[in-house]
Ligand binder design. Structure first.
Ligand SMILES: Cc1cc2nc3c(=O)[nH]c(=O)nc-3n(C[C@H](O)[C@H](O)[C@H](O)COP(=O)(O)OP(=O)(O)OC[C@H]3O[C@@H](n4cnc5c(N)ncnc54)[C@H](O)[C@@H]3O)c2cc1C
Length: 461
């Protein structure tokens, strides 16, 4: 009855074609890329496609009246169950709010709606010589709203930082329907609390981002990708630190272990060297005159640290070819078992070798295959574990292995999420890595921003 009234009110307020209320339509929104069937997600009561800020405010008012949750959804590609319903509610779908409102070349900013696809924005700004660096591997589908809410990063984070480093202003609809502006259209802002930073990485639990102004930088003149293979995994990790010690700052320092190399080559062949224990994918960018010198310096360091084969791209097509191989790893893993899970543990770089070796040892002990890739320049790895959820014993081992991986990460002074967020999947672990007092403050902030607990409730904590 309550749900019927909710749907009726939504239908009376918004165009009927913007609301999905059939079970077969709502079911689609009960999952996201976390795909763990043991996550306690529910079918939402309604899915609403919003087209403008006023409609978002109207939906929030209705949700307040019915005390029903609102869960924002970009492309649903988060890997932690961050945009699924746990207690019914309304899924707010931003796919119709997907316009780039302005690219200001003079200010070097872009003003966008939350449903803009990250890759579309990148292409649009690069066409006029500007650059928006944050590059989650699935940038061709994930949205700006989702990236802000998860503080997404990616390979280029090593040199250019994460989404948080590019958001200078936002319009946010609060839990009571009020619209607030969090920043200004300026590169610097020391005016009061940095309110915007609270929303970035908050997984839609504090407010609804309805517009964002993003800082842009100048597009590097050229770039090149170096792929270096190693016979010993330790040598590849050592090379990462040696490059950085020489005060060289490549755009990316990414990693693939042997299982990842072999799995990609098996299902999406690109000519990777399958007999090697690991590979580093190092992208460099800058002025044409400087790139060759830089490449030579990096290649010398790689050789000194026992790289057994080094290749580099001679044009954009070859560079894309290497990145396609690296970015295909998760899709390739799905061919090994019915499902694949990923993670994003991160440690201070000096502890990286211990983390990588430790994860391999844990997975071996639990008879799990792990294909490891990662943004190792940041100290972060993505252990991708193919799994059959119907195999109860395998799932039990997987859960224990996960817990051991988090335990190891903490022991190595790391943290359980560098870029994917907490959502439902990791909420049981947050108290193990965030100290009690800090967690209390986070809970109090949630209460102040959302006293009725209607914005993406029961996520993170
Ligand atoms: C194959 C693959 C590779 C990936 N690689 C990377 C990677 O390299 N780096 C990385 O950081 N991540 C990566 N991810 C994770 C994923 O890309 C990010 O979490 C992504 O940015 C989420 O965007 P989305 O549009 O899909 O958001 P969704 O999954 O739809 O939502 C994510 C969160 O944002 C909230 N949200 C969405 N829109 C809004 C809004 N307008 N206002 C407030 N809250 C909102 C949702 O409620 C949810 O909590 C990868 C995922 C996959 C499947």
């Amino acid at each position: 009855m309550l749900t019927n009234n909710l749907i009726k009110e939504l239908n009376n307020t918004l165009p009927k074609s913007n609301i999905l209320s059939g079970i077969e339509e709502r079911y689609v929104y009960s999952i996201d890329a976390s795909n763990d069937p043991y996550i306690k997600s529910q079918i939402p009561d309604a899915v609403v496609f919003v087209e403008n800020i006023e409609q978002v405010q109207q939906v929030v008012k209705i949700a307040n009246k019915h005390m029903t949750p609102i869960i924002c959804r970009g492309a649903g590609t988060n890997t932690v169950g961050a945009c699924v319903a746990t207690h019914g509610g309304i899924i707010l779908n931003f796919s119709k709010m997907n316009k780039i409102l302005e690219i200001n070349a003079e200010n070097m900013t872009a003003r966008v709606q939350p449903g803009v696809i990250v890759g579309d924005l990148q292409k649009a700004v690069e066409d006029i010589g500007l650059f928006y660096p944050p590059d989650p591997s699935n940038l061709k589908v994930s949205t700006i709203g989702g990236s802000i809410a998860q503080n997404s990063a990616g390979a280029r984070c090593f040199k250019y930082g994460a989404t948080k480093d590019y958001v200078i202003d936002m319009l946010v609809v609060m839990a009571d329907g009020q619209l607030i502006r969090t920043g200004s259209n300026t590169i610097k802002n020391a005016t009061g609390y940095n309110l915007g930073s609270l929303f970035i990485g908050s997984e839609g639990t504090l407010g609804i981002v309805v517009e964002a102004t993003l800082k842009l930088i100048t597009k590097p003149q050229t770039s090149q990708v170096i792929m270096a293979y190693f016979d010993k995994i330790e040598d590849s990790i050592k090379s990462v630190n040696k490059i950085i010690e020489k005060q060289i700052c490549p755009t990316t320092i990414d990693f693939m272990d042997q299982n990842a190399i072999q799995t990609v080559e098996k299902f999406y062949p690109t000519g990777l060297l399958c007999d090697k224990e690991s590979a580093l994918i190092i992208e460099i960018d800058g002025y044409e005159t400087y790139i060759e010198e830089l490449r030579k310096t990096i290649c010398n360091i790689l050789r000194e640290n026992k790289a057994s084969s080094i290749q580099f791209s001679k044009n954009k097509q070859e560079a894309d070819h290497i990145w396609t191989a690296r970015r295909s790893s998760m899709a390739a893993c799905t061919k090994l078992k019915p499902n694949v899970t990923t993670d994003d543990v991160i440690v201070p770089r000096q502890n990286l070798a211990k983390l990588v070796k430790g994860i391999q040892e844990i997975c071996k002990r639990h008879n799990l295959t792990v294909c490891m890739v990662g943004h190792v320049g940041d100290g972060s790895v993505h252990p991708q574990i193919p799994i059959d959820y119907n195999d109860k014993d395998e799932y039990r081992h997987y859960k224990i292995a996960k817990s051991e991986i988090y335990h190891l990460t903490v022991k190595l002074d790391g943290i359980i999420s560098g870029e994917h967020g907490i959502g439902l999947e990791k909420k049981a672990y947050i108290s193990k890595v965030v100290e009690g007092g800090a967690l209390d403050y986070m809970r109090q902030i949630k209460k102040i921003f959302d006293p009725k607990n209607i914005l993406n409730p029961y996520k993170i904590f």
